[in-house]
Write a protein that binds this ligand. Structure first.
Ligand code: FAD
Ligand code: MLT
Ligand code: ZN
Length: 464
């Protein structure tokens, strides 16, 4: 695979002319001032450079761009909202960036099927508004909702705050249109709930991180819109107690929407960052939510009551502004951590029986390796998913040591090194901790089949 220099001379300028021929001059960016924002990730940890950002406006243009890059053997990185957390959306090895943001057509909601077809560049907020205007909701929601795109969420199999009710992105996708590595277009968008006609290409695209195809459109499942929502912020004395509370709520609250967690250090950090005192403080704080066609307040209160003394006195909110004020202490952690330093974001899942033990020891394990670090814990406790964010690594310290220490602890407890963010470039060299040689060989064979020229995001997941 050829590497293109960012100088714009010779080889690269011929390339730019060809790209302009496909999408028009306005949609090929080469000026480093214009491309800079596409070449660095949200955390500031992963930086690269690119000879060109190309912004196709249709599936035909995507196919033509991919075909011409495949012919020249030039690698590309697909990019949606660039909110990914694992360095998978930026051109760390000088790749061309294919931005999907212009593929933003949203078709009318099909109320009979309870589905909608959305372009890959549709931003999550807009999808939610569109679904809600038709009496539905979309099952995935997450803090990057004002920027992340349908294509990026499919490519990362995004999770977020409602997985315990609706599943992750994979559970919402019923059909796909995508451009494969040779420029061919696969399209299966009928959205039939039952359709046993061979391999599930839509499912394969979920979590493929732009290595098997460029998603251009998706047929998405919608869920009923609930007009009554109650949110509670619950103080809990320990992670073990928080796991018990989560289990009791899952077992007793039929309309449970979310069980989210913020550890004490993360709560103090986000409160400082917001300049607002949290309504409750404890070793662990849970943000829990129920939603239904009727007011679910009593149902949630009964669930909390069933937790006995494990759950402290909650702060409860039912109207939109008050609920958002509680959510800021959970969703604001990402921004607060970023403001405190460039983070190592480790996103892991543990079996329920091992999670508290892991959470109680992971900070110490990191601190022993590098005493200048601070570790923050937060995440989606209802799904066993903890975000371990480490900041303040000593200069010159090998950051891989910290990642390795955390991952080895995860694997020792039979957990996964990536719950929802994916592998990207950040965790690529650790994938063998969770996947066997036979699985990695199958991954590589899939890549070769879908992308014979090896141009689709070749540096992520399993290197080509
Ligand atoms: P990008 O960052 O642009 O790309 C991500 C990956 O997908 C890259 O590998 C890229 O090459 C590939 N890709 C993008 N578009 C396409 C396409 N059309 N076809 C093929 N490949 C493509 N994630 C969660 O799972 N849960 C959360 O709760 C969560 N909360 C977040 C909160 C904040 C504040 C932020 C900043 C991020 C959060 N994220 C979360 C991470 C991120 O938002 C998700 O990973 C999201 O799915 C990425 O979407 P994107 O459009 O920004 O993709
Ligand atoms: C979250 O749950 O807040 C997101 O996954 C983002 C993050 O990990 O910072
Ligand atoms: Zn998350």
């Amino acid at each position: 695979v050829a590497r293109v220099t960012a100088t714009g001379t010779g080889h690269a300028s011929g390339l730019v002319d060809e790209l302009v021929g496909v999408v028009g001059e306005r949609h090929v960016l080469v000026d480093p001032d214009m491309t800079a924002g596409y070449a660095v990730d949200w955390t500031g940890r992963f930086r690269g450079s690119t000879p060109a950002v190309v912004r196709p406006g249709s599936v035909e243009e995507v196919a033509d761009v991919v075909r011409l890059l495949a012919r020249r053997g030039i690698p590309l990185v697909a990019q949606g909202g660039n909110t990914g957390m694992v360095g998978g959306s930026v051109p760390t090895a000088g790749e061309v960036v294919l931005s999907t943001r212009r593929l933003d057509r949203l078709e009318p909601v099909d109320a009979l099927a309870g589905q909608v077809t959305a372009g890959a560049g549709v931003v999550l907020d807009r999808l939610h508004e569109h679904a809600e205007a038709a009496g539905f909701t979309f099952g995935v929601d997450l803090g990057a909702r004002s920027s992340c795109t349908v294509g990026g969420m499919i490519a990362t199999n995004a999770g977020g705050i409602h997985v315990l009710r609706y599943g992750s992105m994979r559970a919402q996708v019923v059909g796909i249109e995508a451009v494969l590595g040779d420029g061919s277009v696969v399209e299966h968008l009928a959205g039939l709930e039952k359709d046993n006609t061979g391999y599930d290409l839509a499912g394969l695209m979920c979590g493929s991180e732009g290595t098997l195809g460029i998603v251009t459109k998706a047929r998405l499942r919608l869920r009923p819109r609930f007009d009554h929502v109650v949110t509670a912020m619950v103080p809990v004395g320990s992670m073990a107690a928080a796991m018990e509370v989560a289990a009791t709520l899952r077992a007793t609250v039929a309309n449970l929407n979310a069980v989210e967690m913020v550890g004490r250090a993360a709560l103090d950090l986000v409160a400082d960052h917001l300049g607002v005192a949290p309504p409750v403080r404890a070793e662990v704080v849970l943000v829990v939510e129920a939603a239904a066609h009727h007011d679910p307040s009593e149902e949630l209160a009964a669930g909390l009551e069933a937790c006995g003394e494990l759950a402290g006195e909650p702060a409860v909110a039912v109207d939109g502004a008050a609920r958002r004020a509680l959510w800021r202490f959970r969703e604001g952690v990402t921004e607060a951590v970023n403001a405190a330093g460039i983070p190592h974001k480790l996103d892991v899942t543990l079996p329920a029986a091992a999670l508290a033990e892991f959470a109680d020891h992971v900070g110490d394990a990191v601190h022993r390796l590098d005493p200048s670090t601070t570790t923050y814990l937060f995440g989606h406790l209802g799904d066993g998913n903890v975000h371990v964010n480490v900041i303040g690594l000593a200069p010159g310290h090998d950051a891989d040591d910290v990642d390795r220490a955390v991952f080895e602890l995860v694997v020792a407890h039979h957990g996964s090194i990536s719950a929802e963010h994916g592998i990207g470039t950040a965790k690529r060299d650790f994938l063998h901790l969770n996947r066997s040689p036979a699985e990695l060989a199958a991954f590589a064979a899939l890549r070769r089949a879908f992308d014979p020229a090896g141009i689709l995001n070749p540096n992520v997941l399993v290197p080509t």
